[in-house]
Design a protein around this ligand. Structure first.
Ligand code: 13P
Ligand code: SF4
Length: 331
C-alpha cells in the first residue's frame, strides 16, 4: 500500500471509528470469543502484544511462526494483533482472507526507515545484487526483494545465496551487521533500525548485571553491536524463549520488547525475567509503542465491524508473495 493511500485510510479510520460503543470491560473477552465464532475469525498475535491479547490469541508467536501459520488459515477473517507490516504479510500469503488490524496506526519505525522510492534508487546502484529483506518492511519493499527473512531464519537465508553474488540487506543495519559477523558474508546494508531495540542502555545493563551476577543476559539481534557483543545468547523472540526454557540458569536479563516476558514467565514460572533497561528515564523497560496501540477494545471493534481492513493491489500481492514463498520453502 502506498504511503498516501495508507495515510488516507488512517484518517478515515481515526474519524469516529474508535468512538463506537464497546461492551463493558468484564464482558470484552467473552464478546471477542463470540465474535470469533460469529465471524469465523482467528486472532494472530505477536509476543510483543499486551498479555491479555496474547492470552486470547489462537496463534501466538514470532514473525516467522505467524507468517507460516497465516499461509494455512482456513477461517474467513484473520485478526492481526501486531503491526501493519505483519498484517500485510498475512494478506499477501493468504490473499483470499479478510485481514483486519485493530489499529491502523500500528506501524513500525524499522519499516518506515525504508521508503520505497529511496530504496529503489539505492538498489539501482548495485545491479545484479540479491536483495534480502527483513520481513519488517512494507509490501512495496518486498516487491523489490529476491527473498525475505525473519530473525529466526536470516542465517539460513543468507547461506542459501551463492557465494559469488553480492547481497543487499535491508532495512535493519543492526541485524545486518550481526549477520555479516555470523555468516562471514559481506553485505551492503540499508541504514534502518528499530527504535525499541536501539533504546537499550549499555551502561544500565552493565550495572544491572552487577546487581544480578547469576543472571544471563540475552538479546534480540535488532539490538546494537555493543549490546550483542555482551550477550550470553542472541536470538529471535522464539529463540530467546526456547533458550530461557532449556537453559539451566534461574534468571535472565532480556533485551527485546518487554511483551515477551509474559510468555517466558508462563513457560518457566520458577525463573526470574528482568527486562533490559533503556536509555530513557521516562520508562523502565523497552516497549514498542506501535505494538501497544492494540488493546481489547480495538480488537472487539475491528471484529465487530470487520474493519480496518488491509487492502493491497493485486500486482503488489503477486510480486511480494514470491520472496516470501522463497523464504517459506527454505524451511
Ligand atoms: P521476531 O518476531 O522475528 O523475533 O522479530 C521481532 C520484531 O521486531 C517484530 O517486530
Ligand atoms: Fe518495529 Fe521495532 Fe516495534 Fe518490531 S519492535 S514493530 S521492529 S518498532
Amino acid at each position: 500500500m502506498s504511503v498516501n493511500v495508507l495515510q488516507a485510510q488512517r484518517n478515515l479510520y481515526t474519524k469516529g471509528f474508535l468512538d463506537l460503543p464497546v461492551p463493558e470491560k468484564h464482558q470484552l473477552v467473552s464478546e471477542i470469543e463470540r465474535l470469533k465464532k460469529d465471524r469465523n475469525a482467528v486472532i494472530m498475535a505477536h509476543y510483543y502484544q499486551a498479555p491479555e491479547i496474547q492470552d486470547i490469541a489462537d496463534f501466538l508467536g514470532d514473525s516467522l511462526y505467524l507468517a507460516r501459520a497465516a499461509e494455512n488459515i482456513s477461517a474467513d477473517m484473520i485478526v492481526f494483533a501486531g503491526v501493519h507490516f505483519m498484517a500485510e504479510t498475512a494478506k499477501i500469503i493468504n490473499p483470499s482472507k479478510k485481514v483486519v488490524l485493530p489499529d491502523l496506526h500500528a506501524g513500525c519505525s524499522l519499516a518506515d526507515s525504508c521508503p520505497p522510492d529511496q530504496f529503489r534508487a539505492f538498489k539501482e546502484k548495485y545491479p545484479g545484487a540479491v536483495v534480502v529483506s527483513y520481513i519488517n518492511c512494507s509490501a512495496e519493499i518486498k516487491t523489490m526483494s529476491d527473498v525475505v527473512c525473519t530473525s529466526t531464519n536470516a542465517v539460513k537465508v543468507i547461506e542459501s545465496i551463492p557465494d559469488d553474488k553480492q547481497i543487499i540487506f535491508a532495512p535493519d543495519k543492526n541485524l545486518g551487521k550481526y549477520l555479516i559477523k555470523k555468516t562471514n558474508r559481506p553485505m551492503i546494508l540499508w541504514e534502518g533500525s528499530c527504535i525499541v531495540h536501539e533504546a537499550f542502555s549499555f551502561e544500565k545493563i552493565l550495572e544491572l548485571t552487577k546487581q544480578h551476577p547469576n543472571a544471563k543476559f540475552i538479546a534480540h539481534p535488532e539490538s546494537e553491536s555493543q549490546i550483542l557483543d555482551f550477550a550470553h545468547f542472541i536470538g529471535s523472540t522464539s529463540a530467546l524463549l526456547r533458550f530461557a526454557q532449556e537453559d539451566d540458569s534461574d534468571s535472565y536479563i532480556v533485551a527485546t520488547e518487554a511483551g515477551i516476558l509474559h510468555e517466558m514467565q508462563k513457560k518457566s514460572p520458577h525463573k526470574t525475567f528482568i527486562p533490559a533497561p533503556v536509555d530513557d528515564d521516562t520508562c523502565a523497560c523497552s516497549e514498542c509503542a506501535f505494538m501497544k496501540l492494540n488493546n481489547l477494545e480495538k480488537l472487539y471493534l475491528c471484529m465487530e465491524h470487520q474493519s480496518p481492513e488491509i487492502v493491497l493491489k493485486q500486482e503488489v500481492i503477486e510480486s511480494a508473495m514470491l520472496p516470501i514463498q522463497r523464504m517459506l520453502r527454505l524451511g
